[in-house]
Design a protein around this ligand. Structure first.
Ligand code: BTN
Length: 246
């Protein structure tokens, strides 16, 4: 196994991503090392947001990767592989989940997991990558103003053993990472697109020109979202350029 080759468990941390970045600076940490905590005092989310997670209720991990075989222009494939690993894990317990582009994991219209990937690119290569995952397992009340959090417990009414879940998640992520390093990019992209939230159906989206009706058709290798408009024209967006109207 690559992912899970070493596990660093620290009860409380500011952020597993921050700790993983420190490990990378100060030691020869092996590829696939996982930093795991029960509680973060400054859990980082996308767009500068905080990540809420009650002490000991959810999975909060960061994985250290050295994906030097991935061209920086293909770095979105790392994000696709991690998203798929999380969905593979969730499918052990629930029938469906989806990936809201670029990498939020959804069940119905609610968000069950978030991913924050921080890549360091040097001399035209991805030197290292820290893939942070917050996956809601047993929490049943969320206090922040995040619009739509949900957990496995809220969906199934059951409590889960976090250690078992961690093992399973690591194994599912490891399989997807191995596909990535074996160069199975077409396979990864196919699986990712198939799981896209709101794929191929007409919904409302908002971009800099206002609200319009469109349907998601795919993503580019750079990770741009492709939405077809009713007039047949296709728009392409980078992160933050388009909002889903939920
Ligand atoms: C998002 O906003 O959707 C991304 C959330 C990512 C949260 C995880 S929790 C573990 C890791 N450490 C962090 O500080 N953030 C990520």
């Amino acid at each position: 196994m690559i992912i899970g080759s070493k596990i660093f468990f620290i009860k409380n941390l500011s952020s597993t991503n921050t700790y993983a970045t420190l490990l990378l600076k100060n030691s020869d940490v092996p590829e696939g090392s996982v930093v795991y905590t029960n509680f973060q005092t400054s859990g980082k989310g996308q767009k500068g947001n905080r990540w809420e997670s009650e002490d000991g209720k959810n999975l909060l991990i960061s994985i250290i990767l050295f994906p030097s075989m991935i061209n920086p222009s293909d770095q979105f494939y790392i994000s696709m592989a991690i998203s798929l690993g999380i969905c593979d894990f969730l499918k052990r317990y629930i029938p469906v989940c989806a990936i809201k582009w670029p990498n939020d994991i959804y069940v119905g219209n609610d968000k069950i997991a978030g991913i924050l990937i921080e890549n360091s690119i040097m001399g035209g290569l991805i030197e290292n990558s820290v893939a942070g995952i917050g996956l809601n397992i047993n929490q049943d009340k969320f206090l922040s103003d995040a619009p739509n959090p949900v957990s496995l417990r809220m969906i199934t009414g059951k409590d889960f053993d976090l250690k078992t879940c961690l093992k399973q998640l690591i194994s599912d992520l490891d399989k997807r990472y191995k596909q990535l390093i074996a160069g199975e990019l077409i396979h990864i992209k196919e699986d990712y697109v198939t799981l896209l939230f709101r794929l191929n159906r007409w919904y409302s989206f908002r971009d800099s020109n206002g609200i319009y009706t469109g349907r998601i058709i795919s993503v580019t290798d750079f990770g741009r979202l492709q939405i077809e408009q009713e007039n047949g024209k296709t728009n392409e967006y980078t992160f933050k350029e388009v909002d889903f109207i939920l």
